[in-house]
Design a protein around this ligand. Structure first.
Ligand SMILES: [Zn+2]
Length: 205
């Protein structure tokens, strides 16, 4: 493979990018000045070193100092009684854009394919259980909202998370809810508009 093909392959591995788009990216880069390419390469090179995962919710954030918590987790005005579980960072961003949720978050970091035999290796379920227990023991957790995409894989993941949390729900008297109607079947959370998300949150069950 020559360099054009190799770079096309790299772009093609990005979420939602097909080979035609990937090719267009490469030709676009070839039209840009070298300084812009250098800047892009440098940003990519420095990305990991400048971004951290929040020690509570696991979202990516850019720390200003040595803080371990993201802005949302560190915000005393957020409702500590609510914990909303999402698959990935872009889903969390989509919910924040909806402006109708004021609780805390947890990013699972993946989802579980239907009939998967090792679900516990696909998502941060152990970490979620530890967090739920800790919050429940502090006495401030009332509800865990499972907010996953309305796809077979999303439903499968939601069911698994619900089963795993069930014993703690009984023990600590926490409700476990899922997003209600509003998200049509097959829809990915990250692409849902703010109104749809608000209504799905409002109608959680
Ligand atoms: Zn956080």
């Amino acid at each position: 493979m020559d360099i054009i093909e190799t770079l096309t392959e790299k772009f093609r591995s990005f979420p939602g990018i097909g080979s035609r788009q990937a090719h267009r990216f490469v030709y676009y880069l070839l039209m840009r000045p070298q300084s812009e390419l250098d800047e892009l390469a440098s940003l990519i090179q420095r990305l990991r070193a400048h971004v951290r995962t929040c020690s509570a919710c696991n979202r990516f954030f850019t720390p200003t100092g040595d803080e371990a918590l993201c802005k949302t987790c560190a915000d005393p005005n957020r409702d500590a009684g609510l914990l909303l579980v999402v698959e990935k960072d872009v889903d969390l961003d989509a919910i924040e854009r909806g402006n109708s949720y004021s609780g805390h978050y947890f990013v699972l970091g993946g989802s579980i394919p239907v009939l998967d035999e090792q679900p516990q290796t696909k998502i941060r379920v152990t970490q979620l259980i530890t967090l739920v227990q800790a919050r429940a023991q502090q006495g401030d957790l009332r509800e865990v909202i499972i907010a996953l995409s309305a796809t077979p894989q999303g439903d499968n993941t939601a069911e698994y998370v619900r089963q795993q949390l069930a014993p703690y729900s009984d023990r600590y008297n926490i409700s476990i809810t899922v997003l209600g109607r509003g998200l049509s079947t097959g829809s990915e959370l990250e692409y849902a508009d703010p109104d749809t998300i608000s209504s799905a949150l409002h109608n959680r069950q």
